[in-house]
Design a binder for this molecule. Sequence first.
Ligand SMILES: [Zn+2]
Ligand SMILES: [Zn+2]
Length: 118
Amino acid sequence: MTRQWLADPELMCVPHRNAEHAETHMFVTKMLNSTSLQGYRDNSQFFGAKYLEFRHNLLTFYLPNHQTPIEITELMETKYPLVHPNYEDYSDSIITLMDRCDNCRIKMVERLGIKWSL
Ligand SMILES: [Zn+2]
Ligand SMILES: [Zn+2]
């Protein structure tokens, strides 16, 4: 499933960082094809073209051999306006990652001191 996470990439495992990076490029393709991304927005998985650019560039800090810049056009920004994530979006994103992935959870529990029991 294509989605953008809201977690600090520092607290994500390498496969999740890499997958999210690949998914930012998939979202660009969807925008170029004028695909509706409303469903992703409604599910807190996409926050507009500008957020996508921010997230992509943030993730590239963790990809030393990155060679796939993205280009966000004004038309994309108009069609896919920025949606500021709210508290629920952040907590949902982080809880979903911790729930799905042992390696992300271990990093988050260690670094953030989150108490987590299954
Ligand atoms: Zn890239
Ligand atoms: Zn993970």
